[in-house]
Design a protein around this ligand. Structure first.
Ligand code: UDP
Ligand code: MG
Length: 321
């Protein structure tokens, strides 16, 4: 019989966890499979961990991990994936926006040829700014990485153990699970699902945070900044050369040259600006290389429940093979 692992990063989601557990159990029992529910408390300031302990005490299929501080959604997902033992892995948000009732439908879309099933949201009730950032991001990302990322793609997704094993091979520190999965390829299927509204509370992603995330994934998976710099440098060079030719022509045909100090100052500051941007971009990459060389763990676990105490890989917090 196959086993399903459901991985849930939890941050400020205490009030949803009991209902989420109840609906997950109902949905998975309908699948006629064994299952485990892995709840990762990402240093949540509310009483997530107490509720995870309570649920885990009543049901050994609930496994809990408590991270030593708030590491962010993606490292929290990695923590859950590192301990997932199922043949099929379900990744979803813990705030009831993804509906547990959709899981059987997604699992049945997996087959010998399809290793990953993504979901797109049927109705798009997100705020205007959120919609805009995600649309720009998807368009640019799809074009630059030559991967067709569908619009309105949701966090809820299902994949095989084979897919997860390949994911373990990606050891970058600064991990973004969403773009990474598309980067990996594999045959995929897309299923339309409804996404419920957030029931109280607010998203942990502000517009600024979303924008930073979009920029982060562009830096990680595309060479857009370099291309932009080359283009910009090219324009500056072209203007400078044209100006120089103009000066020579003027010198030949017009005896008195007008003072070109202003234009010279403009060109000088322009090229200085371009150089500074270039240095900044290189700086970003140097910092990323530095982070990677440090090889810091992606997350640290401070407590765990219903998990084999001898599992030592999670304590390293790395997705090593
Ligand atoms: N999350 C997390 N750590 C964080 C922020 C968010 O584990 O620092 C989790 C959160 O519990 C939820 C998921 O990531 O399960 C998505 O977060 P949220 O609902 O705030 O984002 P949105 O649905 O608005 O994209
Ligand atoms: Mg949410």
């Amino acid at each position: 019989m196959q086993c399903i692992s459901i991985v849930l990063p939890c941050y400020r989601t205490a009030k949803y966890l009991r209902e989420l557990y109840r609906r997950l159990v109902a949905a998975c029992e309908g699948c006629d499979s064994e299952f485990e529910i892995i709840m990762v408390d990402d240093g949540s300031p509310d009483e997530c961990w107490e509720i995870i302990l309570e649920l885990a005490a009543g049901d050994s299929r609930v496994k809990g991990i408590h991270l030593s501080r708030n590491f962010g959604q993606h490292p929290a997902i990695c923590a859950g994936l590192d301990v997932a033992s199922g043949d099929v892995i379900v990744l979803m948000d813990a705030d009831l926006q993804d509906r547990p009732e959709d899981i059987p439908k997604l699992i049945s879309a997996l087959n010998d040829a399809v290793d990953v099933v993504y979901t797109v949201k049927e109705s798009n009730r997100e705020a205007f700014l959120t919609r805009i950032t995600s649309q720009i991001y998807h368009r640019v990302f799809s074009q630059l990485t030559n991967t067709q990322v569908p619009q309105h793609i949701g966090t809820l997704r299902v994949f095989t153990r084979r897919f997860l094993r390949s994911m373990y091979l990606y050891t970058e520190r600064n991990i973004l699970v969403g773009p990474l999965m598309f980067h990996m390829g594999f045959e995929h299927a897309i299923v339309q699902v409804a996404r419920d509204d957030r029931q109280g509370g607010s998203s942990s992603y502000s517009f600024r945070k979303r924008l930073a995330l979009a920029i982060d994934s562009l830096l990680s998976y595309t060479d857009l900044p370099h291309r932009f710099l080359i283009l910009f440098g090219g324009i500056v060079l072209f203007v400078t050369i044209a100006y120089s030719i103009g000066l020579v022509v003027q010198r030949i045909f017009v005896t008195t040259l007008p003072s070109g100090l202003t234009l010279l100052a403009i060109l000088l500051t322009m090229s200085l600006g371009a150089t500074m941007i270039g240095l900044g971009v290189i700086g970003i990459y140097v910092f990323r290389v530095y982070q990677q060389v440090l090889h810091r763990p992606r997350y640290l676990i401070s407590r765990q429940i219903n998990l084999d105490a001898k599992i030592d890989r999670p304590f390293l917090g790395s997705l090593g093979a």
